[in-house]
Design a protein around this ligand. Structure first.
Ligand SMILES: [Zn+2]
Length: 311
């Protein structure tokens, strides 16, 4: 059927990326909406259902046939049961989102985890295409990963696989949001890079005044504290990725998220640092993500299509 589309939503703490996607991965239409998480989880769920319903309606008006819905959300997600178990930034606590969506739209639905959905899309449609074993690592405010084998992402027994940001890389290092000192994301996330630069340049500063992208630009221009903050982040990231490679033995590591937009400035020293850490493990190909911030939404669409295949 050439008129079939999937309704796809990628729900983040601040915004939702939404699209109508054809079964071959082509985006037919896309739109964005604020999540406004401060309203509380019940209101966010209502918005998700309203937006999804309106998109299905738009598809029908355009002469298309919506066949399924895919929703990706952050936090701990039980994909088997279709439940958003826990989320720090959206506030979900055991929300049976798949069931709610199926009841509201009358379409089969899939619920997925945002980073795993993004990794799935990169593996099947983006930078990891052609490799059977991929590790997708998203570096933004936090750091999370998805291990994709033969086009499907491992979810873990409790929906919490891929928390590479909480690998211990610097014992007694900076405090992580999870409460422990020295996690990878406390050293190498975009927010950690900005914080470290602030610490090095203004010891009395209470909050970072520059972003990680600005630190990257300063480092490229030769600014010593920026170069130090950047290289500390790269070294710790190489430690984390080396652990990832020891665990998963992948062909390709795809780097996404805000920090990966630094491109060669991140990839080149990171490749060298990772190379230095390989002993008997095979060195993975290290590449930048290709789908940008649409990856999660495309992944949600793929999950919906996979659901249809299994029925
Ligand atoms: Zn942590």
């Amino acid at each position: 059927m050439t008129d079939q589309v999937v309704v796809a939503l990628d729900v983040g703490g601040t915004g939702m990326k939404c699209a109508l996607v054809r079964p071959d991965g082509t985006v037919e239409h896309s739109e964005r909406h604020p999540t406004d998480a401060a309203r509380g989880p019940a209101a966010v769920v209502e918005t998700i259902l309203d937006v999804a319903d309106a998109l299905a309606g738009k598809a029908r008006l355009d002469g298309l046939t919506p066949i399924a819905l895919g929703v990706a959300v952050p936090g701990v997600v039980d994909e088997g049961r279709g439940v958003a178990v826990w989320s720090a930034n959206v506030g979900f606590r055991d929300v049976p989102l798949r069931e709610l969506a199926e009841a509201r739209l009358g379409l089969p639905a899939a619920l997925g985890h945002d980073v795993r959905a993004g990794g799935l899309a990169e593996a099947r449609l983006g930078a990891g295409r052609g490799a059977r074993h991929n590790l997708f690592v998203a570096i933004g405010t936090g750091i999370a990963a998805a291990h994709i084998v033969d086009g499907s992402a491992a979810t873990g027994a409790h929906g919490a696989a891929g928390e590479i940001g909480h690998i211990l890389v610097r014992p007694r290092g900076p405090l992580c949001g999870c409460g422990r000192a020295g996690c990878l994301e406390a050293v190498s996330s975009a927010s950690a890079v900005a914080r470290r630069y602030a610490e090095l340049t203004d010891p009395v500063a209470t909050a970072p005044t520059v972003t990680a992208a600005e630190v990257a630009a300063l480092a490229a221009a030769g600014d010593p504290p920026a170069r130090q903050a950047w290289s500390e982040a790269v070294e710790a990231l190489a430690d984390g990725l080396a652990t990832g490679q020891a665990l998963f033995d992948v062909e390709t590591i795809v780097l996404g998220g805000g920090l990966a937009q630094a491109g060669a400035q991140l990839l080149e020293p990171l490749r060298a640092a990772l190379h230095d850490r390989m002993t008997f493990h095979r060195e993975p190909r290290l590449v930048a993500a290709a789908l940008g911030d649409e990856a999660g939404c495309l992944g949600a669409a793929l999950l919906a299509l996979d659901t249809l295949e299994k029925r």
